[in-house]
Design a protein around this ligand. Structure first.
Ligand code: HEM
Length: 506
């Protein structure tokens, strides 16, 4: 009651004793995203509150408040939903707080230097070419297939090679223990988030699937530690061999990986412990995998429905790659020239951001732009709502990449009005990596394939997307079975997959 009075400045639906708003949120992750947007529109595109029992959540959608929180040096502790990641990634950069986060952020920054990214791009390109073969098989006979299911193996292969320097070849062996355990843990975290009894390990241990969860975790840990230990041995061997000046084949093949930077990095004048290295490598894989698969899936989905935009992307490819093999990979510099593709990716992240919500926990009472927020409140920054705010993006349900073109200066969002990679001190450290990867894959894909909707009649003729949100209490618009039913916990996904077709370009 005391907290209710303190946050009277923020509206919200009526609550029931003990359960708060839990009964209104629906049953599935898709219901929850509609519940968020229903409130967003009901409360005039502003902030609103949700009580999960006695736990206060404020959903922040006001760009001024988002700016305040993201720029703050004190509001950087993550909310309790990230606790579910601790058993796997521990205190890696994404979940760490305080001095630990600050010092590790500084230490990791150089790993994303553009010279290193250029090396990583070679890995992205090689794996992208393998992926084209997978797409060719999946699209045979005009089949409708789930793009997400395929692309998640591609991003895993790229991340394992760039982070640990090893190829696990998940695209060809999706059933290896590591690939399966990773997929299991990621979806496990998503599903548990909606069940208060499953969220905390103290109660989750009584559920039957807890054993499977522990097994998957064990496999991930053993595998990652094993790779790190082998890498350390290899580097030692390399040093000895260098002294003898006769490199073995294994050593000469060794490509720089994120892990190598961690092995040589120093924090407060000391090397990282094995455990710290494990945590950062696992964080790199977790933070990069689902986010990249989601981004690639929704760009591809939008291109499948908006063939006029796809044609423009294709024409840009023809003009940049004119003297080169059209089916091959673009170079780092050619990718830099693909400006229209940049606009398409930006617009796709506006409509379908890979990370729709980020959470902060208030460790003390605080004031945000004059509004009092009590201690122990979860601040959920609904980044996705910014993209659907018609005061920032007029006609928001229209897929219009040109709205990000600097030539349309009046329509460009201000600094904190469009933040799919977050902003401020805790922004995404992997942003450039992610964009390079998306461009590498999409550019090659568009030159190799026509990307088509699951059924011809699903093409958008008027430029509008199939997603629709309505104010809370209004009936939800009907959707086709091949329209994505969005769901979100840490990343945005589609409950029913990303169903498309592809046709090889002659
Ligand atoms: C489209 C792809 C991606 C999107 C949209 C995205 C978005 C974000 C967002 C919104 C955050 C802030 C999270 C928060 O405050 O809780 C974040 C943090 C982070 N991201 Fe990404 N990300 C993407 C890809 C990647 C990739 C590929 C990597 C690594 C290779 C990565 C590594 C990280 C890390 C380590 C953090 C934590 C940074 C910190 O707290 O200092 N991300 N990302």
């Amino acid at each position: 009651l005391r907290k209710s009075r303190q946050i009277a400045h923020t509206p919200g639906l009526r609550t029931l004793p003990f359960i708060g708003n839990a009964h209104q949120m629906g049953k599935t992750p898709n219901d929850i995203i509609h519940f968020f947007f229903g409130n967003f529109y009901k409360y005039n595109q502003g902030n609103f509150r949700i009580w999960a029992g006695s736990y206060l959540n404020i959903l922040i959608t006001d760009p001024k408040d988002i700016e305040f929180i993201l720029s703050s040096k004190s509001l950087i502790t993550k909310s309790d939903i990230y606790d579910m990641l601790h058993p796997w990634v521990g205190q890696g950069l994404l979940t760490a707080k305080g001095y630990r986060w600050q010092s590790h952020r500084k230490m990791i920054m150089p790993s994303f230097h553009f010279k290193i990214l250029q090396e990583f791009q070679e890995v992205m390109a090689r794996n992208s070419t393998k992926f084209m073969k997978k797409l060719s098989e999946a699209s045979r006979d005009d089949s409708i297939f789930d793009f997400y299911e395929l692309v998640e193996h591609l991003t895993l292969d790229i991340l394992c090679e760039t982070s640990m320097g090893i190829s696990i070849n998940a695209m060809h062996n999706p059933h290896t223990k590591f690939a399966k355990s990773l997929a299991f843990i990621c979806s496990n975290i998503s599903l548990r988030a909606y069940n208060p009894l499953k969220r905390k390990l103290s109660t989750y241990r009584f559920f039957p699937e807890y054993k499977e969860y522990c097994n998957a975790l064990k496999i991930l840990k053993e595998f990652t530690y094993d790779v790190i230990n082998k890498r350390i041995k290899l580097i030692k061997l390399e040093e000895t061999n260098q002294a003898k000046e006769t490199p073995t084949e294994e050593i000469s093949k060794r490509k720089m990986a994120f892990l190598d930077n961690l092995l040589s990095a120093k924090v407060d004048g000391r090397s990282l412990t094995l455990h710290e290295i494990y945590e950062e490598v696992s964080t790199f894989i977790f933070a990069g995998n689902d986010t990249s698969s989601s981004a690639l899936s929704f760009v591809t989905f939008l291109l499948s429905r908006h063939l006029d935009v796809q044609q423009k992307v294709y024409e840009e490819q023809l003009s940049i790659m004119k003297d080169h093999d059209l089916k091959a990979n673009a170079t780092y510099h050619q990718l830099n020239d693909m400006k229209y593709l940049d606009l398409v990716i930006k617009e796709a992240q506006r409509l379908y951001p890979s990370v729709p919500v980020i959470g902060r926990h208030t460790e003390e009472d605080c004031t945000i732009n004059g509004k009092f927020i009590p201690k122990d409140t979860s601040l959920n920054l609904l980044l996705m709502a910014l993209g659907y705010n018609d005061r920032i993006f007029p006609d928001p349900y229209r897929f219009k990449p040109e709205r990000f073109d600097p030539l349309y200066g009046d329509e460009l969002p201000k600094q904190f009005e469009y933040v799919p990679f977050s902003a401020g001190p805790r922004n995404c450290i992997g942003q450039k990596f992610a964009l390079l990867q998306i461009k590498t894959v999409v550019s090659q894909m568009v030159r190799n394939f026509e990307i088509l909707p699951a059924l011809d009649e699903l093409e958008s003729k008027d430029g509008y997307v199939c997603t629709k949100f309505v104010p809370h209490g209004q009936p939800r618009p009907k959707m086709h079975k091949y329209d994505p039913r969005l769901e979100t916990v840490l990343t945005l996904k589609s409950e029913n997959g990303i169903m498309i077709r592809m046709r090889e370009r002659k």
